[in-house]
Design a protein around this ligand. Structure first.
Ligand code: IPD
Length: 337
């Protein structure tokens, strides 16, 4: 049993290490004006790793190992470089880290780049810290402790402002009555670029067109969302949904390190995350289970308040999940075994 005081200690330690990693990345961007960025391809030409990814992961790993030697650690770069491809999360206290989420963005100096550090207990993301070093004056920090006495916050460095509680509007408004109509929808194109009628890329493009099309269009699948956004960072997508700056995140193909920290923040702000494919055999009125963190398919809905019809947040969120499932094709991202 981890106490709230222990979680606060872990949270503060994580914020500190995320900021130090962010300083390294900011300096790295300055250095690259004179030195070429060491960039290599992993699975294909859009799956990139830079020297900064490996350096930052080592920095975070070493700090965690020194302070919490009994904890387990899963990091994107060490996992990608290793042979073991099973989902490694157990119920023991475990850190799940993406040193740079949005590596392609960083290579192009697009600011949706984040250091993403999650900490799980009993396989539940419990502390989440996301530092976006190129957003705001000297970076923006999002963090949460998922606990009844916890909280979720945003701090902009380089301004003297206090840390802001999340979601940004509190209490968050109900979901739009006709949602997904009126929602802001975040979806990622991802790295699977294979070309066939049944490929994930083809299905994702169909899904996005369905969500954008007027109601009644595309055989009843039109969703008339207010807009579609694709940021190139699943971490930042999740954080914006948690902050209430978007309503729906639909992403498949990413990994536990891309979402773990963001899920802790989302849960603390009242959001939910489920499988982006409807689970087999789920009855139309059965409660929808939380996504498997290692399942590579995520559909997140922001927190909301009871609406004028008296529907609880959970009822509105589950209704919207089913409306999204109805309009989207199942994606095929199995975990390598
Ligand atoms: C990627 C980003 C992207 C998502 C990919 C991820 P990375 O993470 O989160 O939005 O579509 O699936 O792999 O490689 O930049 O850490």
């Amino acid at each position: 049993m981890t106490t709230i005081d222990e979680l606060r200690t872990i949270h503060d330690f994580t914020c500190d290490i995320a900021r130090k990693s962010g300083e390294y990345l900011r300096n790295d961007q300055i250095r690259r004006r004179s030195v070429a960025l060491g960039t290599r391809e992993k699975l294909n030409a859009v799956d990139l790793v830079t020297d900064a990814d490996t350096t930052v992961e080592k920095l975070i790993h070493d700090a965690v190992a020194q302070r919490f030697p009994e904890h387990d650690f899963i990091g994107e770069e060490s996992y990608s470089a290793g042979e073991e491809k099973r989902f490694l999360l157990k119920d023991s206290p475990t850190w799940i880290v993406d040193p740079i989420d949005g590596t392609v963005n960083m290579v192009h100096m697009f600011p949706m780049t984040a250091i993403s550090i999650g900490f799980c207990i009993n396989s539940i993301p419990t502390v989440g810290v996301v530092f976006a070093p190129f957003l705001g004056g000297q970076g923006t920090l999002y963090s949460a402790i998922y606990h009844p006495e916890g909280g979720a916050w945003m701090s902009e460095f380089g301004s003297d402002g206090p840390r802001t509680p999340l979601p940004l509007v509190s209490p968050p408004p109900p979901l739009p009555t006709d949602a997904p109509k009126g929602c802001l929808f975040f979806g990622e194109w991802g790295k699977d670029r294979r070309d066939s009628p049944q490929s994930n890329l083809t299905k994702k493009s169909t899904n996005f067109i369905n969500m954008a099309t007027e109601l009644g269009g595309r055989g009843g699948k039109g969703g008339m969302v207010h807009g579609l956004r694709s940021l190139g960072s699943s971490t930042m997508d999740m954080v914006y949904i948690a902050s209430g700056q978007g309503d729906i995140m639909f992403e498949a193909g990413c990994w536990e390190w891309d979402v773990c920290a963001g899920i802790a923040i989302l849960l603390q702000t009242g959001g939910i995350v489920v499988d982006s494919n409807p689970p087999d055999g789920l009855a139309p009125d059965a409660p929808i289970p939380m996504a498997n963190i290692g399942g590579r398919r995520y559909l997140a809905i922001r927190g909301c308040s009871t609406n004028e019809q008296g529907q609880s947040p959970r009822v509105q969120q589950e209704r919207l999940v089913r409306e999204v499932w109805r309009r989207t094709e199942r994606l095929n991202y199995e975990r390598p075994i």
